[in-house]
Write a protein that binds this ligand. Sequence first.
Ligand code: NAP
Length: 248
Amino acid sequence: MDHKTYQPAADALKDRIILITGAGDGIGKTVALGCARYGATVVLLGRQQKKLEAVYDEIVAAGGAQPAIVPMNLLTITPDDTVGLANTLLSEFGRLDGLLHNAAVLGERAPIEHYSPNVWLEVMQINVNAAFLLTQSLMPLLKAAYDPSVVFTTSGVGRKGKAFWGAYAVSKFATEGMMQVLADELDESSRIRVNCINPGGTRTKMRAAAFPAEDTTKLKTPQDILPTYLWLLGPDSHAIHGQSVDAQ
Ligand code: NAP
């Protein structure tokens, strides 16, 4: 089966609780809507409540399970915040079946010699440190699930460094590293599966910021790459662990 053309059964994600970061826009929004369409209860985490509410409304209008909204700025979150979130989700749901680390920022396109130190620290905080804090705090909830899947979001520049991609590229190398370390730690000792997904060039505001002159009509849309996300977050990727998967 090619996961790029994966077609889930109508109830593939039924009764799964799936948390998605950056769920208010871009790929995260499309994955949230897609997960809900296949039966999941989604926990929508993002920094703009209005955007999350719009996704919430769309899910409910389409007949999906009532989502949860978590307004949280990953730039400023603390360990207390993520532990608090875990406690709330524990009392609300008792477990977590899927965790998609999708939120990220691009930062600057500049040579390291001239890269803004403040922007560097912000990119690493949002793209790497926040994913660590959330993963660590949510681990007990993931352990309580039957088939838990953690998915980190990588990028081509997280596998091969390229000039002027600065903190973004380094953050994605760190993301691949975090996935590998965690996957090795959990290998055989836990049911939790951990993988990376590389969306590839996709028509979103981040891509437009990185390539302003590009003809966007030639790009895949978030909807086009949705099958690989649904596959990795659902039961049909059961044996997949410790891998970095391309969505296109
Ligand atoms: P996007 O359209 O910019 O969406 C990113 C999402 O992350 C937005 O919902 C954004 O919220 C959220 N976010 C950013 N900073 C945040 C913060 N401090 N706290 C909470 N949420 C925050 O980008 P995208 O293209 O969908 O990217 C999704 C993922 O795919 C990222 O990890 C990106 O690195 C990766 N990726 C994308 C491409 C591509 O071509 N698009 C290629 C390779 C990898 P706001 O709506 O409030 O800004």
